[in-house]
Design a protein around this ligand. Sequence first.
Ligand code: MTE
Length: 319
Amino acid sequence: MLIQPPPDIASSEITEERIFLNRREFIHTAAGATLGVATGGLALGKDAEAMSLGQEEIPNVQPGPFGTDEPKNSFEDITSYNNYYEFGLDKRDPSRNAHTLTTSPWTIRVDGHVAKPADYHIEDLLKGIPLEERVYRLRCVEAWSMVIPWVGFPLSTLINRFQPTSKAKYVEFTTVLRLSEMPGARRPVLDWPYVEGLRMDEAMHPLTILAVGLYGKTLLNQNGAPIRLVVPWKYGFKSIKSIVRMRFTADQPRTAWNKATPNEYGFFANVNPTVNHPRWSQRSERRIGRFFRQPTLMFNGYDDQVASLYNGMDLRRFF
Ligand code: MTE
């Protein structure tokens, strides 16, 4: 993001070609990492042996609402073209490097203005929550996009369990920070750990999910294992990966990208083709895997569902 070239120039095509040429190598690396390293996995009703393989089939996934019927990006694209700066800046770095992250055991600290603050084991958090497939567009601020079949559940389900108090106006999310396992985080690209935030009504919105899988299987590390946020009407950087903390706050959280470059990355980060990034246009996007650009839709096409959240707000100012 910060150091990416403007997306309209041809270098993005070059990157694509490089990725294409190296594809076999990626798959090999990714598969080797998954099978070779006992990263564990989520206890989603599988036995311990299956869990030690890392990426598991998730049973009983029901189709969820709000899905797009556009063609999905391939599993290969979704897992080899990533932004996860803790593992490097190149789109290929996360798929190469993220296997070093240990994702089991995994606990999430819930604190701030809630009746039930605690360090929760992820297995306990997920117990009894039905999982859905949600096919969402992900529109990155760098002006590319993908269609991803997430497996997850509404964030509101968890928030309701934690019982936020009336003082809670925002939720702040934090990604794990482990320098020994995250080579990219040893460089001061951002003020680590990666932090994101949502206003409470955005967090409670039925479109907002926590994802634990995609294409019917648990997430690979490069996509934010074991659990990450997906907010489909906002630019991709809001969809924070590998969450270890959820803090309920009275004040607007200071988010990693907003701290780094406030004039480029606002807190709201709603997909908006009429508000350009200072260094490039947001009017169109390139769907990964397609050649021609396509127009970007207001709120990434989810305006019917979410526009009312921002009634009366000047979206040029609150970008
Ligand atoms: N979360 C963390 N912790 N670190 C990151 O660098 N990148 C964000 C978001 N979540 C990022 C992150 C950006 S810019 C995008 S576009 C999406 O993750 C990409 O998600 P994907 O790689 O699963 O497609």
